[in-house]
Design a protein around this ligand. Structure first.
Ligand code: PGA
Length: 252
């Protein structure tokens, strides 16, 4: 048996918040961290890029980690409106979410784009959280595992190590809908992801695989107890201190 990797509970704020909101939410989570400690769970906040500064100040030295929600594949250049991995690193980020299904859908990001962005992230010293997940149509056609493992193979940068990436399985139909797969379905996909990772490199037995899609205080404990679920990527529930903290506590 291999030792389980440290659980990661990541909050994806998406396009929500103001400076005041960010300082408030991050500040109260930082207080909770100093009161309760994190019991070995890593907590990560991924606010919109413009709010990274406010969150960084509020989390201080609480031990909460900071991450971006996307980066450009290029190091710098004429890319109006984009953010580079180096800029995120400079802003205090340790992680960046890459290939979220909303970006795959809204910005036509395919596996090659995701791979290039994840490579840029690693080059700048960030850990990419590489998102993969099937649509409802694909699940109903019995293709969930095939789709997800295919995305995985196409999205992982060459030369990655277990410590230099995180994978997030997020069924598209479970995001923001309140619907979640059964625990058996989560288990089946996470096991398949682990097997696919191990077929690429033996070292990948300890890559963290997060589950995302309607994670909330009511379902966090049972989802986090599934084998090969090494944390959660939390959207809606990460916007409320008590809900996000309850999910983090469910991981301990
Ligand atoms: P949700 O979003 O928790 O609101 O379903 C998860 C995500 O998109 O990362």
């Amino acid at each position: 048996m291999t030792q389980s990797p440290r659980l990661l509970i990541a909050g994806n704020w998406k396009m929500h918040g103001t400076n005041a909101f960010a300082s408030d939410l991050a500040g109260s989570l930082a207080h909770k961290m100093s009161d309760a400690g994190n019991n070995g769970v890593e907590i990560l906040l991924c606010p919109p890029a413009l709010l990274l500064g406010a969150v960084r100040v509020s989390i201080g030295d609480s031990g909460i980690s900071l991450g971006g929600q996307d980066c450009h594949a290029a190091e710098q250049g004429a890319h109006t409106g984009d953010t580079s991995a180096a800029m995120l690193h400079d802003a205090g980020c340790a992680y960046v979410i890459i290939g979220h299904s909303e970006r795959r859908a809204d910005h036509d990001e395919d596996d090659a784009t995701v791979n290039a962005k994840a490579t840029a992230a690693q080059t700048s010293g960030l850990v990419p959280i590489i998102c993969i997940g099937e649509t409802l149509e694909e699940r109903e056609a019995g293709r969930a595992v095939e789709v997800v493992t295919g995305q995985l193979r196409g999205s992982i940068p060459e030369g990655s190590s277990a410590a230099s990436m995180v994978v997030a399985y997020e069924p598209v139909w479970a995001i923001g809908t309140g619907r979640t797969p059964t625990l058996d379905d989560i288990s089946q996909v996470h096991d398949a992801i682990r097997a696919a990772l191990k077929s690429v490199s033996r070292d990948f037995k300890s890559v963290r695989i997060l589950y995302g899609g309607s994670v909330k205080p009511e379902n966090a404990s049972e989802i986090l107890a599934v084998a090969n679920v090494n944390g959660a990527l939390v959207g809606g529930a990460s916007l409320k201190t008590d809900d996000f903290w309850a999910v983090a506590e469910a991981a301990t």
